[in-house]
Design a protein around this ligand. Structure first.
Ligand code: OTN
Length: 484
């Protein structure tokens, strides 16, 4: 979704919409919008959700040392990509329909992919381009040229630098952060990996977050452990791509800080959590985060990626999918073909909402602009809402003819908070006898997007039953689709 549409939605939900309602007060149909309930997303989080998928690029000394967790002693002489081309990376993303990417500038081995002024352990002491190269620059330029938003992973953990964990390390890291945030254009997300970072205290992050907010106010923060206070998005609790069911965007901050004893909370969120910090699902297209030739036969298939998509984007989360460039500095043709295959499947499946044109009836309509048909109108700005007294509803879609479908999509109006807490979907061939879709029965969260796939069913009516909620419903989309 374009920024102008996001801003339009923000205005609709947070104020200018209300102004419009006031100006419509002379007409009988004017209704104020529902009041937000619980924690709600900030503007960065709303934009982040609409990106849906982000690419991760793990590349660096580990690629050449053929390890995943270098100990920080590998010689810079090893680093020498033969054909590095970040434009190839972004063209892979274009065919994969991915508009955002995060590059690992420094992993825990401490080797820096840019010629930082603050350590000698970097590309400037490698043979690549006679020490004149800068992978971060090439990544940032390629993103800018192709309209892709660029993010940076700057590993808090560092096995190379002897200052790690001391106040001097805080200064070292802050200096590197400043370099990256000042000199490479807009940085869309910063990734604070919690791996090995237990010695990084809250006071380190207070300082580093200040640097981020000062230099790149719109930068999304992936926060873990002691950076929990600054997290716009959270770790989802595993690296397998499986977000929980339910998966709430809300969570208690302590669950992020004390992650080891709160994996279930990270995975599912917490329905009454006091902070809005949705899950970002980091998973690699290969078994490892870094490229290893022997894993060429283990790249996830399109079917695997399709399942991942349903378990991440379809579980109210954002998918962060890792593509590790090889020793040439290129993404392998296998990975690229699989990612393009996923995009083709997404496009083909969601091209036509089979509920479009249905006659839609609900028990507790709010009236005014919040019509039941808004759920199937393909308009980013409209949604269905119930009256303020109704936290449950039954919404029936009469399809007019028999249709076969095997995918369901629901979307809430995230700007208004998590409202629905219990829902099911049934179908009927005569509008009288209803059959449950087991995969869509007794569900809890919706949020930005909830997807379910199931064995194809053929029906002339389908209905959404919301049987519990925190406040009046605000449903943006009800979609049914057929996989090709
Ligand atoms: O060994 N690990 O450090 C590890 C193994 C499997 C899954 C996760 C981790 S560390 C974990 O990584 C996350 C990102 O995938 C987050 O950064 C967490 O904060 C971190 O503890």
């Amino acid at each position: 979704m374009q920024l102008k549409h996001i801003l339009a939605r923000l205005k609709t939900h947070f104020g200018v919409g209300a102004i419009a309602c006031v100006s419509m007060a002379t007409t009988a149909i004017a209704q104020p919008p529902p009041t937000p309930v619980g924690p709600v997303p900030n503007a960065r989080q709303i934009e982040w959700y609409h990106r849906e998928m982000i690419a991760f690029f793990h590349f660096g000394m580990n690629t050449f040392a053929e390890v995943n967790e270098g100990d920080g002693t590998a010689s810079p002489h090893l680093f020498n990509p033969t054909a590095l081309n970040c434009n190839q990376w972004t063209s892979v993303l274009k065919s994969a329909g991915i508009s955002t990417a995060i590059f690992v500038a420094k992993h825990a081995d401490g080797f820096c992919n840019w010629p930082t002024a603050h350590t000698n352990y970097s590309v400037k002491n490698s043979p690549w381009k006679d020490g004149k190269g800068d992978v971060v620059r090439e990544f940032a330029n390629a993103c800018q040229d192709s309209g892709i938003k660029a993010g940076i992973y700057l590993g808090p953990h560092d096995r190379h630098d002897s200052r790690y964990g001391t106040p001097d390390y805080s200064t070292y890291y802050a200096s590197q952060l400043s370099e990256l945030l000042r000199n490479y254009g807009p940085v869309w997300e910063i990734w604070w990996d919690g791996a090995g970072a237990d010695q990084i205290t809250s006071s380190f992050y207070d300082r580093w977050a200040d640097t981020v907010r000062t230099l790149q106010p719109n930068c999304v923060v992936f926060g873990t452990k002691n950076s929990y206070r600054y997290a716009d998005c959270r770790w989802m609790g595993n690296e397998s791509g499986l977000s929980g069911d339910p998966c709430w965007s809300t969570i208690n901050p302590v669950s992020i800080r004390e992650e080891e004893s709160h994996i279930a909370q990270l995975n599912h969120g917490e329905v009454n959590g006091t902070a809005y910090v949705p899950a970002e699902v980091d998973v690699s297209i290969r078994p490892s985060w870094f490229y290893h030739k022997e894993e060429d036969t283990q790249v996830k298939s399109v079917a695997d990626l399709w399942n991942l998509y349903f378990n991440s984007v379809g579980h109210n989360s954002v998918l962060l999918l890792n593509f590790p460039p090889d020793k040439r500095g290129l993404i392998s043709a296998i990975d690229s073909a699989r990612a393009a295959g996923l995009q083709q499947l997404i496009k083909a499946t969601f091209k036509t909402n089979l509920a479009t044109g249905a006659v839609v009836k609900s028990l507790h309509p709010r009236g005014g602009d919040y019509k039941p048909t808004n759920m199937i109108d393909d308009n980013e700005r409209t949604y269905y809402a119930t009256n303020d007294k109704a936290v449950t509803d039954t919404i029936t879609f009469n399809l007019g003819q028999k249709k076969t479908f095997d995918v369901l999509m629901l979307q809430e109006v995230i700007e208004l908070g998590h409202r629905t807490t219990g829902w099911s979907v049934d179908y009927s061939s005569d509008g009288k006898k209803w059959v449950a879709i087991p995969e869509a029965t007794n569900k809890q969260s919706i949020g930005y997007k909830w997807l379910v796939k199931f064995k194809p069913v053929t029906a002339s009516s389908v209905r959404l039953r919301v049987d519990s909620g925190k406040a009046s419903l605000a449903i943006h989309t009800f979609g049914i689709y057929k996989q090709p």
